[in-house]
Ligand binder design. Structure first.
Ligand SMILES: Nc1ncnc2c1ncn2[C@@H]1O[C@H](COP(=O)(O)OP(=O)(O)OP(=O)(O)O)[C@@H](O)[C@H]1O
Ligand SMILES: [Mg+2]
Length: 357
């Protein structure tokens, strides 16, 4: 499957644009602010029904306009098109071959994308939420039960926290608290087990990708940090009873899970160079690609935004060699430097469609 044509109307800085793509490599070049990342984001949007960068749909409408549309024609055994529409006065709709999806969620998981952008640096420097989002996004592409569990978990945690806020020095309604715990205990364990199973496959893939990419013996590790690694949720709720009431929130649970990223057994956030950090992120995303591909049997669309910044020539070449192989499908690369992209693909003897904006 690949995206053959993309049409944008009033989407961010694209007033009215149409692009025709090739099945393998597409390079989008242009100056800063030309709208390259916006094109990749529109492709991501077709698959995920939202922007990678901004969850507020109103802000995606071109300034002074009232709506945007994104339309994609996909080539497949059965070709199909996806049309997304959003207006200041109309809610977001998604149609496949002209037929409206009743719920936006029903569309998710049909088209797989892996997006690598400079913003992914947040995976390293921001709080644990970013790393949980990475895990959850990957699993949710394939597992709707997991998605439902997450939604239910968020709902019950919110209820439990609201309840804890009302206690403050007063009588504790033990039955109500117990009813929240009773719902949260199995949810915690199910989500934890699914994350653990995913990471058991994902981490070895990541290690392999990082070493292929860096071409060196740099040793990277990922550790899954969870309160459930060595305790049960029942015992956690018991021992945290007073702390939860005093702090008016649920202090432990899978909503605090995190990933520890190390290079040579030291945290990469503090000791990794910029290029090592970028390689780490690229390896995370390529491992995500491999995981999705192995589970669906389909090649996700790979979106590489400003990929050549900060990584040295040797690593860029390793990456291009990797993604140019038949193992990968359709690829989009954005860069300000046309010549640099040309050289990389000439180097791999690959045909490339250039789109200059
Ligand atoms: N709602 C909007 N209406 C109009 N323009 C917008 C809107 N949202 C974003 N933009 C503009 O789109 C422009 C292009 O952004 P984009 O990130 O795609 O550029 P780029 O080509 O990737 O640049 P760079 O090389 O710096 O990464 C920006 O100048 C931004 O201000
Ligand atoms: Mg950009």
């Amino acid at each position: 499957m690949f995206l053959k044509e993309l049409q944008l109307f009033h989407f961010k800085n694209h007033e009215s644009s149409k692009f025709v793509f090739s099945e393998k490599i597409n390079a989008i070049t242009g100056k800063n602010g030309a709208g390259k990342t916006n094109i990749l984001d529109a492709i991501y949007f077709l698959a995920n029904a939202k922007s990678y960068f901004n969850n507020i749909d109103n802000q995606l409408i071109q300034f002074d306009k009232d709506f945007y549309t994104i339309t994609g024609k996909f080539e497949d055994e059965n070709p199909f098109d996806i049309a997304i529409n959003f207006g200041k006065n109309t809610k977001k709709t998604i149609k496949k071959n002209g037929k409206l999806f009743k719920r936006i969620l029903d569309h998710i998981g049909q088209i797989q994308t892996v997006f690598i952008t400079p913003n992914d640096i947040a995976l390293i420097y921001e709080g644990s939420e970013e790393r949980r989002k990475f895990i959850d996004f990957t699993i949710c592409q394939l597992d709707t039960t997991y998605l439902k569990n997450l939604i239910e978990y968020r709902k019950v945690i919110e209820q439990r926290n609201s309840f804890l806020k009302t206690v403050e020095g007063r009588f504790v309604d033990e039955i109500l608290l117990e009813s929240y715990n009773h719902k949260l205990i199995p949810l915690n364990h199910e989500i934890y087990e699914t994350r653990k199973k995913f990471l058991a496959e994902f981490i070895p893939q990541f290690n392999k990708t990082y070493s292929d990419l860096s071409g060196s013996s740099e040793k990277c590790d990922i550790h899954y940090k969870s309160c459930l690694n060595d305790k049960t949720m029942t015992s956690i709720f018991e021992s945290n009873y007073k702390i939860d009431i005093a702090s008016q929130r649920t202090t432990e649970g899978i909503h605090k899970d995190d990933l520890e990223f190390n290079i040579h057994e030291i945290t990469i956030k503090k000791y990794g160079s910029q290029g090592q950090i970028k390689s780490f992120i690229v390896a995370l995303k390529i491992a995500q690609y491999e995981y999705l591909k192995s589970k669906t049997g389909k090649k996700p669309i790979l979106l590489l935004d400003d990929i050549f910044e900060k990584i040295d020539d040797q690593r860029s070449r390793h990456l291009m060699k990797m993604v140019c192989s038949d193992h990968f499908g359709q690829i989009f690369v954005s860069d300000t430097n046309l010549q640099r992209v040309q050289e990389h693909f000439e180097d791999q003897k690959m045909q490339c469609t250039f789109i200059e904006i």
